[in-house]
Structure formats: C-alpha cells, structure tokens
Design a protein around this ligand. Structure first.
Ligand code: ZN
Length: 149
C-alpha cells in the first residue's frame, strides 16, 4: 500500500511540475474561473465542445500541487469523452474524495485514483475538486467564478 501511495504522489508531483494542457485555448467555446479561497488556488478551465463531446480541454492558473495536478489530470481525462461520461467521471471522483465509505473499486477512474489519499485531508479535498467544479460551470455556461465554499 505504501508503494502505491508513493506512486500516486509521484504522479501528482509530475503533473504539478509539468502540467498537461496548461495554456489558454484559442478556439474554446466555453470557459469558467474557479477559486478556492481556503488555499488560494485559482484557475480558468477552457473547453471546446463538438456535438456532445469534449473535443479539447485546457487550463491556466496557479495554486497548490494538488489543485494544479488535479486540473492537469482532469483535462487529460475528459478529452474526447461525451458530456454524460464527463458527468459520471465527476460524480465518481467526488464520491471517491467525500464518501465516508466508498466501495473498494466502484468506478473506472484510471489515473484520477492518484487523488484517493486526499480524502484523509478534508481541507485539501477542495483543492482536488476545484478544477471539476469549474469544468461543470463551464459546461453549464455559468458565468462567474466557481467557489469551493
Ligand atoms: Zn490548494
């Protein structure tokens, strides 16, 4: 288990050091800002939607390692997915981080499982979910800033 934990931390460090899809999206048709005042995390998520699919996703911003790595892994995870799949992924991710008694392996979260340890640190859960709340606001076309509070 500790080996797994180390591997998870390495993935988070790596995505924080060199975040993927870390740029504004010139042809984005949706975007939203997110802010986690507890930690100071701030980001903007950009999406290009093609029919009912996320054709492209990117983000910019600054924050702690968990918020940056989460946004990086999220943009990778949602690219090419249908909107229904993205919503299911959000629900599974949220459940993994907040459910008191999650099923052992209830969802196919793939790389997003690296954040499973964050549930032990309730203050950091908001860092990990900020990008996702912001993504949902972008999808819903809600203007303004997603707050984790
Ligand atoms: Zn944070």
């Amino acid at each position: 288990m500790s080996d797994l934990r180390e591997l998870y931390q390495e993935v988070i460090f790596d995505h924080n050091r060199s975040p993927r899809n870390f740029h504004p999206l010139a042809d984005a048709d949706r975007s939203a800002d997110g802010h986690n005042p507890l930690c100071g995390d701030q980001l903007t998520v950009y999406l290009r939607i093609d029919g009912d699919r996320v054709a492209d996703a990117s983000f910019v911003g600054h924050g702690c390692a968990i918020s940056t790595a989460s946004a990086s892994l999220m943009t990778e995870a949602v690219k090419g997915r249908s909107l229904a799949e993205v919503e299911a992924l959000f629900q599974a991710f949220h459940t993994m981080l907040t459910d008191a008694a999650p099923a052992p392996d209830p969802h196919d979260l793939g790389k997003l499982e690296v954040f499973s340890g964050v549930r032990e640190f309730p203050a950091r859960v908001k860092c990990a979910t900020l990008a996702w709340h912001t993504l949902r606001n972008a999808l819903a076309g809600i203007r303004g800033t997603a707050q984790t509070e």
